[in-house]
Design a protein around this ligand. Structure first.
Ligand code: 3HC
Ligand code: NAI
Length: 706
């Protein structure tokens, strides 16, 4: 047995088999050390006469998470991954990839370059590069189609979704029924190799573009244009895969390499790679560490079985955690529980759940109208009306009935969590858990830390989020926290633009072309314009110095134009339809309001003005949030916006987008419109101190540390 000095990759030889083991935690990213280890391993095995076969495997629960994404921004890349794979594929002794767990991206590309692949039935593999704004750049677009059927290969590469290995019979030479059998099956497989079958190079397979394959390309292209609107990489993926059918292997590789670089050099790739790390960094918070204890959460209660309460409860039932829902009246409780059942039944009808799963989840949900039934729960989430007095009554009661150590959380979207905590005798146990609607669907959870919230409560909630499949971001207390506070200027400017003469469809078009899933007017109509109306009513102190604030929206609500639910809002809706129809009456209302308020309507409102006023003001508010420490880092804001508001991930989130545009440009444009819009501009469009400071230092939000 020979051993190599490479901590990232182990090497052993036993009974004529050299085993090269990737052992670079946490995910066997194919860093330089791993690439060097793989090459050294192959070279050692080829030069050792006692070795007749080579195994490449992993000591971790996964085979490999692919290329080391942190190396994309530079560093010593030699030997590069294609060189490593070339070495593997051209080895003169059989190389067998043994996958004890998932292989993604470059990890799967390593396996595809081997001569044989073995895994177990429950495993998954994928080429998720497209999610990073790039395409598989180490032969994945050329080798996978040579082994898998065209539709599966193309779909895997274009969508980046992981696929069960059992759907890839051509890729795997042996699929063990259980992971425990992998070792024994590998031994048997190695023993079965003979001179004829021992070296099978994927690159030797020739493909042709038949009519049937062309049909697959046409269908996937049409589907991709719809599903991946605005994204650059997916269509480049299709172009690269086409090379597998139309070019010789070597030329296909070169074509893939060229397209890979085209993708890599785009703002989209930078944005999506930023977002990959942003999502993970959201979990790294300085408020707790490994030594901070966690509280056990095995029983949950939700107060209020309305829109949010029902959705919140479903998250826990989905994760197998029992939930008690409390309402004051039995009727409201029955209604809430019936709605949850209806939601589950709908999922069952769509084939997303079995009837058995529906019943298992419903069995985890119980209802009560008595607070005494909450004595033994570990966590309570309050989701009653958004009124401070009501919340205070609930928390005072919870303080009396809940056991010591229970976490008391509020789902408030705007109210002061410190004030709520102060009405209990245990403010250290009080926290905000701000779910987004629909709460059973949206991935984002703003975890709101109040002044006295203890570290173990924060840690418990951040970890619990993972259990219920949410992405948690820790934020501080202020009106609207991060997400809703930043959406305020966005909505404010959209409404003011309407007053100044823009149409709802013009504003919506600019923002959807930017990549938002829907424009602010369509979004407002869907949420209900009355919601914003009541928020404005309750925030007179904040807006009273500007009589034009939300003026058109207020008039719409007063005319019973509450949005989709009343068939009229900023748009018209035909019965049963969600398609917004432009309505001249809205423009007329805006015209009358403008005349009443002394605002001159203009017909020269450009797309740029709309973008700057809606989006750059949102970014400007983000800068204030960062400066105040409400968000710990700019990437947290990006995570909130992508997961909570559908901000296009190919722009990385608002703060990454601003960094990409350049903060100097953001300051210039805001200042230009602040000046151009006179008193209104001075009131709302001035760049914030932090934005100006970072722009002057030619710095970025990403570099800002509070
Ligand atoms: N490169 C660098 N770091 C990586 C990484 C990678 N490919 N994959 C994961 N990491 C890091 C994460 O940033 C995280 O770091 P942290 O602890 O400091 O936050 C740590 O590894 C653990 O990651 P997760 O929290 O995501 O761990 P999970 O167990 O939940 O998931 C995974 C594991 C499914 C592998 C997931 O990490 C993942 O999806 N990784 C990325 C997979 C991918 O996109 N691969 C393609 C890379 S590009 C490529 O291969 C190009 C090639 O074609 C040339
Ligand atoms: P909702 O009106 O649909 O539901 C509130 C429920 O609470 C009702 O069923 C009501 O009967 C019940 N309730 C009222 N007072 C109660 C009390 N004292 N004890 C027990 N039950 C009581 O309201 P929704 O939309 O679910 O909002 C709830 C909370 O969630 C609010 O704080 C809101 O700001 C917040 N929120 C709402 C979002 C949304 O999009 N609807 C998004 C994020 C947070």
């Amino acid at each position: 047995m020979t051993e190599m000095e490479n901590k990232a990759v182990g090497y052993t030889v036993q009974q004529g088999v050299a085993t090269i083991t990737m052992q670079s935690a946490p995910v066997n990213a194919l860093s330089r050390a791993v690439r060097v280890g793989l090459i050294d391993g192959i070279e050692s095995a080829l030069s050792d006469d006692s070795v007749s076969a080579i195994v490449i495997t992993s000591s971790l629960a996964l085979f490999s998470g692919g290329a080391d994404i942190s190396e994309f921004s530079g560093g010593d890349l030699s030997p590069n991954l294609p060189e490593v794979l070339d070495k593997i594929e051209n080895a003169t002794k059989p190389v067998v990839a043994v996958l004890p767990g998932p292989a993604f991206g470059g990890g799967l590309e390593v396996a595809l370059a081997c001569h044989h692949r073995i895994t177990f039935a429950g495993n998954q593999v994928g080429l998720p590069e497209v999610n990073l704004g790039i395409l598989p750049g180490a032969g994945g677009t050329q080798r996978l189609p040579r082994l898998a059927d065209p539709a599966t290969a193309l779909t895997m590469i274009v969508t980046g979704k992981p696929t069960s290995v059992v759907k890839l019979p051509g890729v795997f030479d042996k699929i063990s029924d259980k992971p425990e059998h992998l070792l024994e099956d590998t031994k048997q497989y190695l023993a079965s190799l003979n001179a004829e079958n021992c070296i099978k190079r994927t690159s030797d397979i020739t493909l042709t573009m038949s009519e049937e394959v062309q049909g697959v390309f046409d269908a996937v292209t049409a589907q991709t244009k719809k599903a991946a609107r605005g994204f650059f990489a997916p269509l480049k993926c299709i172009e690269a895969v086409k090379g597998a059918y139309t070019l010789a292997f070597e030329d296909g590789l070169k074509h893939e390499g060229k397209l890979f670089m085209e993708c890599m050099n785009t703002p989209q790739a930078r944005a999506q790679q930023h977002f990959f790390f942003a999502e993970r960094a959201a979990g790294h918070v300085s408020d707790f560490d490994k030594s901070t204890p966690e509280r056990s959460i095995e029983k949950v209660a939700v107060i209020g079985a309305g829109t949010m309460g029902g959705g919140i409860a479903m998250n826990f039932a989905n994760a197998g955690i029992p939930v008690t829902m409390l309402e004051l009246k039995q009727e409201a409780l029955d209604k809430g529980l019936a709605l949850i059942r209806k939601n589950y039944e709908n999922s069952a009808k769509k084939g997303k759940l079995t009837q058995e799963q529906v019943e298992t989840r419903m069995a985890l949900l119980s209802g009560t109208t008595t607070y005494d039934d909450l004595a033994d729960v570990d966590l309570v989430i309050e989701a009653v009306f958004e009124k401070m007095e009501v919340k205070k009554t609930v928390f005072t009661t919870l303080d009396k009935v809940c056991k010591p150590g229970a976490i008391l959380a509020s789902n408030t979207s705007t109210l002061d969590v410190n004030e709520i905590a102060a009405c209990t005798s245990r403010p250290q146990d009080v926290i905000g858990l701000h779910f987004f609607s629909p709460a059973n669907v949206m991935k984002l959870l703003e975890v709101v830390k109040a002044e006295d919230t203890s570290a173990d409560v924060i840690k418990t909630c951040m970890k619990l989020a993972k259990r219920i499949k949410k992405v948690a971001v820790l934020v501080g207390v202020c009106f609207g926290f991060v997400g809703n506070r930043m959406i305020e200027p966005y909505g404010r400017e959209a409404n003011r633009l309407l007053l100044e003469g823009a149409s709802p469809e013009q504003v919506d078009r600019v923002l959807t072309q930017f990549g938002m899933p829907m424009g602010p007017f369509t979004m407002g109509d869907m949420a209900g314009l009355d919601i914003g109306y009541y928020v404005r009513q309750s925030r007179q102190a904040f807006i009273s110095h500007d009589p034009t604030y939300g003026a058109v929206a207020d008039r719409l609500v007063e005319k019973d134009r509450n949005g989709l639910k009343t068939g009229r809002g900023a748009y018209l809706y035909e019965a049963g339809s969600r398609v917004p129809i432009p309505d001249p009456e809205v423009l007329e209302i805006a015209k009358q309001e403008a005349a009443r308020l002394g605002v001159t309507q203009r017909d020269d409102i450009s797309d740029e003005e709309i973008l700057v006023r809606c989006l750059y003001t949102l970014i400007n508010e983000g800068a204030c949030i960062l400066e105040e420490g409400i968000a710990a880092k700019s990437s947290d804001i990006d995570v909130i916006y992508v997961y909570g508001y559908g901000f296009p991930v190919y722009r990385g989130g608002p703060m990454q987008y601003a960094d990409e545009v350049g903060l100097g440009e953001i300051v210039d444009k805001l200042s230009t419109y602040a000046e151009r819009l006179g008193d209104y501009g001075k009131m709302w469009l001035q760049p914030s101190d932090l934005l100006i400071k970072l722009a002057q230092e030619r710095s970025s939000f990403a570099k800002f540390k509070n």
